[in-house]
Write a protein that binds this ligand. Sequence first.
Ligand code: EPU
Length: 340
Amino acid sequence: MIIQEHVALQSFNTFGINSTAEYLIRVKNKDDIHHAREFAQSKNLENWILGGGSNLLFVQENQPGLCIKSELLGKKIISETSSHILLEAAGGENWHEFVEFCVQKNWGGIENLSLIPGLVGASPMQNIGAYGVELKDVFHSLDAFHFPTGEIHTFSKADCGFGYRESVFKRKYTGQYLIMAVRFQLEKFPRTNTRYGAIEQTLLEMNIANPTIQDVSKAVIKIRSEKLPNPSIVGNAGSFFKNPVISIEYFEKLKKEFTQIPSFSTNSPDQVKIPAAWLIEYTGWKGYRKGNVGCHPKQALVLVNYGNAIGRDILELSHEIKVSVKSTFDIELETEVNIR
Ligand code: EPU
C-alpha cells in the first residue's frame, strides 16, 4: 500500500481550495486502516479522515499529519422481513449512487436525501438531512474503526447521539473514528414523505398526483439542481451555516419588528428554527461577490468559490455575514462546515 507525501488536496474538496496533505493514504479495507494507524504511530503523526470533502473548508495551506482517505466499497443485504430490508453500505461508497441504487430497487426511506454530495461514511457524522428527512430516520447501526485503540466498535442509533446536523462523531469523538460501514433500515413498500413545501410544489409542477419514491427522488434532484450550485462547476460545500434554533419568546419579539420572518417547528414546543438563508438575504448578502468568493444568488446559505479563492477569503466572508446577522437580529449563526 502506498503512502504519498505532499499531496495536493484541491480535487479532494468540493470548495476546490488548495491545501497540501503532509501524508496521504487511501484505505480500501480493514488491513489498510491498521497499516495507516501503525504508520501514524511510528512517525508520531496526527491522523485525520477525508471523506468526500463536501462539508469541509481548508484554511491551512498545509495539513500536517496523515490524511486517511476512505475508499472502502461494498453493499450487502444483512437481513430481510416481509416489510423491511436491512442494508449495509461501506463508508467509502458515494452517497448519491447509494440512494439511486435503493430508489431503483424500490427500497424507501432515503429518496429525499438524493443528490447530497459526499460519502456514506460521512452521512452519520452530521446526521445529513434534507426535505423533511434526516439520516437518523432510517439509520440502524454502524461499525467504526477506533484509532486510539485499533478496535472496531459498533454504534446503535442511541449511541450516535444524533441531533440537527450533530452526532457524537462530530464533537465528542472528533477525529477518533473512521466509519467503515453503515446499516440502514429501509421499507419494501415505501410510503413517500412529501410534506416539505418545495417537494409538494415541484411534484405539482411535474403533474404527479400519486408520487412513487422514484418521483420524489426526481423532484428533489430538480429542486437541488435549480437552487444549489454544482460543486464541479462552482466550488461550495452546501449550507455554510446551520439554521439557528431560538426560543418562541424571542421569535415573537422579532416578529414584531420583522413581520415576514419565517420559522419552522422543532421537536421542542418552546423553540423554533429560523432559516439562516432568510436572515442572510434580509441583511443584503444574497448574490454578493467580492473577488473570488461570494454568497450564492439562488441560495443565501451557500458560500461559493468562483475561482482561486483561498480558505481564509471564505472564512472572512462568513465572519462578515455573522456580524451583520448578529447586529440586525441578535442571533449568532453557527458554522455548519468543518474548518481545518
Ligand atoms: N430562504 C430565503 N432565502 C434564500 C433561500 C431560502 O429566505 O436564499 C428561506 C425561505 O423562507 C425558505 C427557507 O429559507 O422557505 C428554507 O429554504 P430551503 O428549503 O432552501 O432550506 P434551508 O433551510 O436553507 C436546509 C438545509 C439544506 C437542505 C434544505 C432542504 C441546513 C443548514 N440546510 O436549508 O441542507 O438541503 O434545508 O431540506 O439545515 C446542507 O446541509 O448542506 C444543505 C444543503
